[in-house]
Design a protein. Structure first.
Length: 209
């Protein structure tokens, strides 16, 4: 099954993506992870991506589409995949249609007003990328998953988060209507515990098969 995961920044896509990939044995393909790997290694694409993400802007469509197309051609995607963070706009969605068929689009729906606190209080593991919120860390500074150091991303501040939510509303939100017309959209209530949200996703995917 080829699945796309949609949702505004801070909606919990990364956390739910990990669980979906494990349950359905799908490769979790995150453009964010691809870019972070390139940034860490100092590649040309990584430096280009960093110049945009540091400002809370999106990486150019042509670069992103090229990376995703190449990734989906790899052997582990032969029986399905989970795309997290792509497509981000209608251009990317139309390009994706040219080289892959989408079976289900999960949209984690949550009020944008709730996301500012989520993002500004987020801490991310430098090693594995796992995300936490300061309200639930109890003062801890190490990742529970791998023991790596937690840090606050440069773009997790009010000004940049506000810009990211604005960009989402303008560019990514229209994807909801795009995939609704294709009859592959699954709306999921994003308010609740991680387990509650995942249970809703699993139930919906079970019906979609």
């Amino acid at each position: 099954m080829n699945i796309i995961l949609l949702g505004a920044p801070g909606a919990g896509k990364g956390t739910q993506a990990t669980r979906i990939a494990e349950k359905y044995r799908l490769p979790h393909i995150s453009t964010g992870d691809i870019f972070r790997d390139n940034i860490k290694r100092g590649t040309e694409i990584g430096l280009l991506a960093k110049s945009y993400t540091d400002k809370g802007q999106l990486v150019p469509d042509e670069v992103t589409c090229k990376i995703v197309e190449g990734r989906l051609k790899e052997a582990d995607c032969a029986d399905g995949y989970l795309l997290d963070g792509f497509p981000r706009n209608l251009f990317q969605a139309e390009e994706l249609d040219k080289f892959s068929k989408v079976d289900a689009v999960i949209n984690i729906d949550i009020d944008l007003s709730l996301l500012m606190d989520r993002l500004c209080g987020r801490r991310v593991c430098k090693d594995c990328g796992e995300s936490y919120h300061i309200n639930f860390l109890g003062g801890k500074s190490d990742c529970e998953k791998c023991g790596g150091e937690l840090y606050q991303r440069k773009d997790d501040n009010e000004e940049t988060v506000g810009n990211r939510l604005k960009v989402y509303g303008e560019q990514t939100a229209p994807l909801i209507e795009y995939y609704r017309k294709k009859n592959v959209l699954i709306n999921i209530d994003g308010v609740g515990t991680i387990d509650e949200v995942f249970a809703r996703i699993a139930a919906a995917l079970g019906q979609a098969k």
